[in-house]
Design a protein around this ligand. Structure first.
Ligand SMILES: C[S@@+](CC[C@H](N)C(=O)[O-])C[C@H]1O[C@@H](n2cnc3c(N)ncnc32)[C@H](O)[C@@H]1O
Length: 498
């Protein structure tokens, strides 16, 4: 990343103001003897927290009082427009006084966007100004990529999940309309009004900040023994209260980590999970995310997250392979009937997610074993069986039915069809895995190109591992079958030799 000296001094000053503001918050603690907010732009990681001295496990590194959290209930906006914060009341329409309830369909996400926009526009009058100043204004999430940058994702399912149109639509219908309905509150007399285009950009910025920075505030894992298994995983889908937690969100993260944020009643605390040596980065955990998802939400990828990579296998590819093997003698009409029967099954899936099996990190945030591809999803096997049953049912396909009468033959057919579909899936990407390996070493790549390349390469590696797994299964099946045949003759042959 290029760093000019003006930007450099603004960055340093922003960090200094933020750290001073944070430490002065009533109830906040910060172990400045052990940690510091550091400039990690040289490794494309913005700000982060680095250990200045060796840290022992369970040391509390900093404490964030809940009153310092920026959320729907702490922002001054709630007192000014209480109506829009009433999530219970979600009937669309107008309030008693005839005022349009642009509010009616807000959720915790859009309310936080509104609260952040409000606080941002207040400038110096906002209690969070030094914090807002260190939040990002540019992002590397694919939402902001150009079409040519997006093309680096090739056939990755991520390309269809960027969600730009949905975000634009949400901003138009829930953010701009709510602000315009309360212009006098967002823009008090004397303040400079933003036009819709500027608001649109600001809303995108705040939405993306929330995506990469906000915490789910209802998880009280310090007191929740029963939920321990899931304690690392943030719930972004549920209707829980989202909040911006200053300092906790300065922590960068990885699939192996050394610190954890505990949620207690009055405060959140960052605690060391294991010894952290001076100079090491203090790292949080965002969950067992594939690099594609890490990129979509946070705008970065890491080698350690590769273990969680996934790839989608569309059912259509498996079906095509099956048709080539048993359906070639069926009429198009028969095959159509088979497809219809398959799709009418209530469990029918359009695509299946392939992944490695990976242990959870231990209580110190470390991973002991490698992640390995451990098999095809059971649901894929079940769907294959359903389609074979449909083939039998449609009848008039003697050859196919013969081929399906033996259990081993059916399994062999399944494995062959899946193997073919995995190869076909690999061909959907415009470059090969080998091309990508070579490209990884090309130095002219931009950060975004490199991340796109990393995601698609990870998916291809997983496809190769899945193919190797299927081949081993085929070999095993065939070895067992020939052992069974030899088993009939083997002992007799031995006896003969004796
Ligand atoms: C919660 S913030 C962490 C603080 C952030 N680095 C900053 O400067 O404000 C999350 C963002 O930090 C960056 N980030 C987090 N972990 C990272 C890592 N291991 N490597 C690179 N960037 C990382 C990503 O840009 C992500 O969207």
């Amino acid at each position: 990343m290029e760093v000019d000296s003006d930007a450099d001094s603004r960055f340093t000053e922003g960090t200094r103001n933020f750290a001073a503001w944070f430490e002065a918050l009533p109830g906040a603690t910060f172990r400045s003897d052990l940690i510091e907010v550091a400039d990690l732009r040289a490794r494309n990681a913005g700000r982060g927290i680095i250990a200045k001295a060796d840290i022992t496990p369970e040391t509390v590194l900093f404490t964030i009082p809940r009153t310092a959290i920026l959320c729907a209930t702490t922002s001054a906006l709630q007192d000014k427009i209480p109506g829009i914060f009433d999530l219970e009341n979600d009937d669309a329409g107008r309030s008693d006084d005839g005022e349009e309830r642009a509010s009616s369909s807000q959720d915790s996400w859009t309310l936080l966007i509104l609260a952040m926009i409000y606080e941002y526009i207040q400038g110096d009058a906002s209690q969070w100004k030094p914090y807002l100043d260190v939040l990002p204004s540019v992002f590397d999430t694919p939402m902001f990529w150009s079409p040519s940058e997006l093309s680096e994702l090739q056939a990755s399912a991520l390309a269809a999940k960027v969600g730009k149109e949905e975000a634009d639509q949400m901003i138009r219908s829930k953010i701009i309309s709510a602000i315009r309905a309360h212009d006098h509150i967002f823009f008090p007399p004397g303040s400079q009004k933003l036009d819709n285009a500027q608001l649109f950009e600001l809303a995108h910025r705040m939405g993306s900040t929330i995506m990469a920075y906000a915490f789910d505030l209802e998880k009280d894992d310090a007191n929740d023994e029963a939920d321990e298994e899931d304690e690392w995983v943030e719930d972004r889908e549920g209707k829980t209260m989202l909040g911006m937690v200053p300092m906790a969100d300065i922590l960068n993260a990885d699939a192996e980590f050394n610190a954890h944020i505990n949620h207690a009643e009055d405060a959140l605390t960052a605690t060391a999970l294991r010894p952290i040596r001076a100079g090491e980065e203090v790292l949080n955990y965002y969950g067992p995310l594939p690099n594609g998802e890490l990129l979509r939400r946070y705008g970065y990828v890491t080698p350690k997250h590769s273990r969680h990579d996934v790839v989608e296998l569309p059912w259509e590819l498996v079906e095509t392979e099956l048709r080539q093997r048993v359906g070639s003698r069926m009429t198009p009409a028969d095959w159509e009937e088979v497809k219809q029967l398959g799709q009418s099954d209530e469990e029918f899936e359009e695509s299946f997610v392939l992944e490695r099996s990976s242990d959870d990190p231990d209580s110190a945030g470390q991973l002991a074993t490698d992640a390995v591809f451990a098999g095809l999803p059971d649901e894929l096997g079940e769907q294959f069986k359903t389609i074979l049953k449909a083939i039998k049912k449609v009848g008039n396909v003697e050859l196919a039915v013969q081929a399906l009468s033996d259990k081993d033959k059916r399994k062999d057919l399944y494995l062959q069809a899946v193997l073919g579909s995995l190869q076909a899936r690999e061909r959907q990407y415009t470059t090969s895995l080998e091309d990508d390996e070579r490209l990884m070493n090309a130095c002219q790549l931009t950060g975004r190109q490199r991340m796109g390349l990393w995601v698609r390469r990870g998916e291809k590696q997983l496809l190769r591992e899945a193919q190797a797994w299927v081949r081993r299964e085929v070999d095993e099946l065939r070895t067992k079958a020939s052992e069974r045949v030899r088993g009939d003759d083997g002992p007799a042959a031995k006896r003969r030799r004796i």
